[in-house]
Design a protein around this ligand. Structure first.
Ligand code: AMP
Length: 398
């Protein structure tokens, strides 16, 4: 079955058409600047050159129309007609406590997603705009919602509760949810396959290190803890997000900088992380690595703090699971930076881990990077969230 995977943001829409039988990508692309001047759609049919077109996209309905045009174009398209697309899988950021797995979208599901939208006000409404635009353009085609939070819903109360008055959980569902769930699920399952061991028998730590970064503890096939919280701001130091801080910093900085909450939240989300730590050098690890080689003190500071935070979480999750069998690195930095992996793994000797430096020299492909006698198997496992969404979609609509 051919599955269209949609990841819709407020002004962008990423898409991939995946053949779920062969698990191959038939084509993929991106609509940018939707509702803004200078809208652009790019589309890459498998094995061919990228096509870039600047076309006005006043709204997401127009974007979906252009996606369908690109997929069905007689010269550069990848399907003969729309009828060949069997289902659409939508990435939905926040499922709250309502969704513990992917579901077929109906009116009740849309209502439930709307009800948790105040937990992800920037993402869920945008995700739903994509759902509605697809429903309009492709009536009768089944749609599936795949939630970033669902995989983490197995976390026990001790891990998901904040040390706040319990009434705030009861009244407002203020708790830790976790994100990147599709990636953590995909990578932890794939790691078990690579190790040749049953998923349900393993203790795995997944380090999803990209521009957004999170880490999870997966014990016997279930997530028992993850570093992101009510929102994706908690946990690791990220590209521009602060990760864990003392909440009192907010009030302190608001006073010193004469800023309101919105201004301070903007600093925490957009100006912090390795970007802020490096003295605004860059949020991109390629630039930071170059800076490190040149001895730039900002780059050194940012990379060291980033790696140290990951190291601390690995220790915490090994304790939470009473041991660890596999540690995986994934996402942009995790898959492509031997330097970051080396900095972290070289300090895990207390777990009986030995890094194989030659094996660690790997970019974007599956590889075991620990030595055969290492007590814990350390791997690079490239994530594939679109494929995971397509798999869930195919399984539900079949
Ligand atoms: P993601 O959010 O998973 O797409 O990851 C994006 C981030 O991965 C970029 O901002 C870079 O920091 C990082 N990245 C991508 N390629 C490389 C590379 N070759 N070396 C180091 N970091 C990389």
């Amino acid at each position: 079955m051919k599955i269209l995977v949609i990841n819709c943001g407020s002004s962008s829409l990423k898409f991939q058409l995946i053949d779920s039988d062969t698990e191959s990508v038939l084509g993929k692309g991106l609509c940018e600047r939707i509702g803004i001047d200078g809208s652009v759609i790019n589309f890459t049919p498998a094995g061919r050159d990228k096509i870039v077109k600047e076309i006005p996209m006043p709204d997401h309905n127009k974007a979906i129309e252009l996606v369908i045009e690109a997929l069905t174009d007689p010269d550069t398209g990848v399907v003969g007609s729309l009828a060949e697309i069997g289902a659409v899988g939508h990435r939905i950021v926040h499922g709250g406590e309502a969704f513990t797995k992917s579901v077929i979208i109906n009116d009740d599901v849309i209502k439930a997603i709307e009800e948790v939208s105040d937990l992800a006000p920037l993402h869920n409404p945008a995700n739903l705009i994509g759902v509605r635009a697809c429903q309009k353009a492709m009536p009768g085609v089944p749609m599936v919602a795949v939630f970033d939070t669902a995989f983490h819903q197995t976390m026990p109360e001790e891990a998901y509760l904040y040390g706040l008055p319990y009434r705030f959980y009861e009244k407002y569902k203020v708790r830790r949810y976790g994100f990147h769930g599709t990636s953590h699920a995909y990578v932890s399952k794939r790691a078990a396959e690579i190790a040749g061991k049953p998923y349900e028998s393993l203790k795995t730590i997944v380090c999803h290190l990209g521009n957004g970064a999170s880490i999870s503890a997966v014990k016997n096939g279930k997530c028992i803890d993850t570093s992101m919280g009510l929102t994706p701001l908690e946990g690791l130091i990220m590209g521009t997000r602060s990760g864990d801080i003392d909440p009192a910093v907010l009030e302190f900085l608001a006073g010193k900088e004469k800023q309101d909450f919105k201004g301070i939240m903007n600093v925490l989300n957009k100006q912090s992380g390795v970007f802020g730590l490096s003295g605004d050098l860059s949020s991109d690890f390629r630039d930071l690595e170059a800076g490190l080689h040149d001895g730039n003190p900002g780059a050194v500071r940012a990379v060291e703090a980033f790696c140290y935070r990951v190291l601390k979480y690995i220790g915490a999750y090994a304790a939470a699971m009473d041991g660890v069998d596999i540690i995986c690195f994934t996402a942009g930095v995790g898959e492509n930076s031997p330097m970051v992996r080396e900095k972290i793994v070289s300090r895990l000797g207390y777990l009986g881990i030995t890094l194989d430096p030659a094996a660690n020299d790997v970019h974007g492909k599956e590889q075991i990077i620990s030595t055969p006698d290492s007590k814990v198997c350390v791997m690079v496992v490239p994530t594939n969230e679109e494929l995971a969404i397509a798999r869930d979609t195919a399984a539900l609509v079949k």
